[in-house]
Design a protein. Structure first.
Length: 618
């Protein structure tokens, strides 16, 4: 029976995401509803008990050149060691033309300071670029991925010194818009729905002039309109540039503590007042001006399980911030900073670290959102495990992630189920921020290169500890290129049911990593949309109960990693199950607090299914 059941708050599962207010009670229309099934079938492939490939077969193939993805980032380095030149860029995967596959937005840098042999006299030659995905499905079941540069036709004219990008539908018209963070004024580009974008930066009120890096779209006040959080770094300009030095006296990049941090900003979407695309800066009234720290990473989640979306901010060299949403119907946009109380401000030794990228996910499958963040080499990356009430323990050592990342300076990061076995694995992309002496001695013009890393989630051991095992040597030739990696975005680029990756390199090319193993295991894909079937419901918390009693939880989000935006669709790996119906039910906690449950027989494995809030009532 294909039904969508509505449940009252008092009957919600013990693990809750976004949900505590009253729910619809129209049982007749709920019983008549059913999800929309999108017919995107995976190519036939053998189910395997051990989905990792043999040593002579890679997890990822690197296909940037073969697919026509020819973007190369320019950071403007001129020998002056300007602080901003080695911080970007991010990357975005989003469906700008609503054709069912993910397109790509590449953030560009530009010239800094005076012209030099490496920097043309004009910045006009540098601009961000938009690539359209020309995915082709062949009769034999194979898929061909090709990219077309549509920047000129799109109307996008982004020539600022770019840092990152966020994606979200700001006016609920069903077309995904873009927010660009810059070393300089930020930009908001509205998607017109005809293949072109219009610049709303100034009239929207979101053209923050500070040095911003990450940004997050989410409906923090539950009014049905996406709000915008912008995290700012430090008060650096070319005019205040300082030259730092190594102990040997050689020039070196300065760190964030050489400059004052800049406060972050929260913009409330005024769409509910009839002004979609217009925002009010409510940073002061919401409490976000009470702390600052030089932010490089930001993500969203319901960390204390009260049904209201919170913010976590990764700061560089000072304690991180956890903004807990105090939302009530009377005051729906108020936050309290609780990182030290929650145990997520500093590591287990009480030390603040150089946090760059951050990703929130339920890596241990206990129904709450844990946190992982990348750091400077000799600090190790940090894994915080949530106890379900918003209190965190540093699980870096017991997971094995600590010493495995000792030599790495990490930026972009993501939890992704590489092999669709139901356990979230981990990607980190790396690149130094202090020059590496051996690379300087070798004459490298960009001596910050480090290898990226891939870790497999082994699940719990006999003592209940979740272990992460490095499997970089099996990742593929795309991991052999030692570059200065920054942003990383994930998504199913070829719609075959597994997670692919795009890596953005500083002063280097994009890397397109296509997953070659995940599609061989059973999976379901979900897209969550609003009652009109238009906007992706960022912030929705979704649980898939399997027939064996295990439950997998995922958050609909595009933000996280490092200054990047990822696929809003959710992929649930079902392992090697050969059952015709491996799913018992799907539970959705919508951003407004309502909850819906769909019976498992509404879903067909190896398909994407669209779930509309309200049971898909037309």
């Amino acid at each position: 029976m294909r039904t969508a059941l509505l449940v009252a708050p008092m009957l919600m599962l013990a693990v809750t995401g976004c949900g505590s207010e009253s729910l619809p009670t129209d049982a007749a229309s709920a019983a008549a509803s059913k999800p929309t099934v999108t017919t995107l079938a995976a190519p036939a492939g053998a189910m395997t008990r051990d989905p990792l490939p043999s040593k002579d077969h890679w997890i990822f193939s690197e296909e940037s050149a073969a697919s026509g993805l020819d973007f190369v980032h320019v950071n403007g380095m001129s020998g002056e060691y300007y602080f901003s030149e080695h911080v970007g860029p991010g990357i975005a995967l989003f469906d700008y033309d609503n054709d069912g596959d993910l397109d790509l937005y590449a953030v560009q840098g530009g010239r800094l300071g005076e012209p030099s042999p490496n920097n043309p006299a004009s910045n006009d030659v540098f601009r961000d670029r938009l690539f359209r995905n020309e995915l082709t499905n062949h009769a034999d079941g194979s898929r061909e991925l090709r990219w077309t540069d549509v920047t000129a036709d799109s109307g996008l004219d982004a020539r600022g010194y770019g840092m990152g990008v966020a994606t979200g539908d700001i006016d609920n018209d069903g077309w995904v818009d873009l927010y660009l963070t810059n070393f300089g004024r930020n930009q908001l580009w509205r998607n017109r729905g005809d293949g072109t974008f219009e610049d709303l930066s100034r009239e929207s009120g979101t053209d923050d002039p500070d040095w911003s890096v990450p940004a997050v779209f989410c409906d923090f006040d539950r009014d049905g309109w996406l709000d915008l959080f912008v995290a700012n770094y430090v008060d650096f300009t070319l005019a205040t540039h300082k030259l730092c030095r190594q102990p040997s006296g050689a020039p070196e990049y300065c760190g964030p503590l050489s400059y004052e941090p800049v406060a972050d900003r929260l913009f409330r979407n005024r769409g509910g007042e009839g002004a979609p695309g217009r925002f009010d800066d409510i940073s002061d009234s919401a409490g976000l001006r009470s702390a600052r720290g030089g932010a490089l990473g930001a993500t969203v989640g319901d960390f204390d399980g009260d049904g209201w979306l919170d913010l976590y901010v990764a700061n560089d060299g000072v304690p991180n911030l956890m903004w807990i949403n105090q939302g009530t119907s009377a005051d729906p946009l108020a936050f309290r900073e609780r990182a030290f109380v929650a145990g997520s401000a500093v590591n287990a030794l009480g030390q603040a670290e150089a946090s760059m990228g951050v990703s929130a996910a339920d890596f241990d499958r206990d129904g709450d959102e844990d946190l992982f963040m990348t750091h400077l080499n000799r600090e190790t990356h940090t894994l915080y495990r949530n106890d379900g009430s918003g209190h965190f323990d540093d699980a870096s050592k017991q997971s094995g992630i600590d010493m495995a990342t000792w030599d790495a300076t990490g930026f972009g990061t993501a939890w992704l189920d590489l092999d669709n076995d139901g356990w979230l694995d981990l990607l980190t992309v790396n690149g130094a921020v202090k020059t590496i002496p051996e690379q300087v001695a070798a004459g490298d013009l960009h001596p910050l290169r480090q290898p990226n890393q891939l870790f497999r989630n082994l699940g719990p051991d006999a003592g209940g500890r979740i272990r992460l095992q490095e499997i970089t040597e099996r990742a593929g030739p795309g991991f052999d290129a030692v570059e200065v990696s920054r942003g990383a975005a994930i998504g199913d680029l070829d719609n075959d049911g597994d997670t692919d990756v795009v890596v953005a390199n500083n002063a280097g090319p994009l890397r397109l990593l296509i997953n070659r193993v995940g599609q061989d295991q059973s999976w379901i894909g979900l897209r969550l949309v609003d009652t009109d079937g238009r906007r992706d419901m960022l912030g929705a918390w979704v649980g898939v109960l399997l027939e064996d009693g295990d439950e997998l939880w995922r958050r609909v989000a595009t933000a996280g990693s490092y200054a990047s935006a990822s696929d809003p669709r959710l992929l649930f790996g079902l392992g090697g199950s050969l059952s015709e119906q491996p799913i018992n039910r799907v539970t959705v906690h919508w951003p407004d607090g309502s909850v819906e449950i769909w019976d498992g027989d509404s879903f067909t494995p190896e398909r994407y299914t669209t779930l509309r809030q309200g049971g898909n009532r037309e």
